[in-house]
Design a protein around this ligand. Structure first.
Ligand code: FES
Length: 166
């Protein structure tokens, strides 16, 4: 389902319910504390990304300044501000991963998918991203494929992972 336009009313009742469950976890008047999970909910409902209109509508819904939503959405690499492929591959290239071979992992992905970091494959199946530490340094080199972490990567392991995706 695509959410377009700039009105809160564009959120479906189900989405509002989901967001409200998070809002209810915080003290009264602190709705904006739910901005992180709310962005996840809206991103999932919008094919993996959040538009400015969606962020504006969320700001209105949570009663917070628009800039507050933009700050969160632009700070964390887990949010996408433009359309992405069906599957998102986020490769960590921070210190631990770099020291354990992330360059080779990136090169293999770029070659196999025929894209560069930051790009989406022609069939719209994969978006390849470079990200900062994802907190799984002990499993370096690692990547996140959609919601799953894959650690101790080798090019062979990577091929198996990609082959397993429909
Ligand atoms: S450095 Fe890659 S997960 Fe921490």
């Amino acid at each position: 389902m695509m959410l377009t336009g700039s009105k809160v009313e564009l959120f479906t009742e189900d989405l509002r319910k989901e967001i409200d469950q998070w809002v209810a976890k915080y003290p009264s008047g602190q709705s904006q504390s739910a901005v992180i999970p709310a962005l996840h909910i809206l991103q999932d409902a919008n094919e993996g990304w959040v538009s400015k209109d969606i962020m504006n509508a969320l700001a209105e819904y949570l009663g917070m300044p628009k800039i507050g939503v933009y700050e969160v959405a632009t700070f964390y690499s887990m949010y996408e501000l433009s359309p992405v492929g069906k599957h998102k591959i986020s490769v960590c290239t921070n210190t631990s991963c770099m020291l354990n071979g992330s360059e080779e992992i990136v090169a293999h992905l770029e070659q196999r998918l025929d894209v560069k970091l930051g790009e989406t494959t022609a069939d719209n199946k994969f978006t390849l991203k470079e990200v900062e530490c994802l907190g799984a340094c002990c499993g370096a080199p690692m990547l996140q494929l959609d919601r799953d972490y894959h650690e101790y990567l080798t090019t062979e392991k990577l091929d198996k992972i990609l082959d397993g995706i429909k």
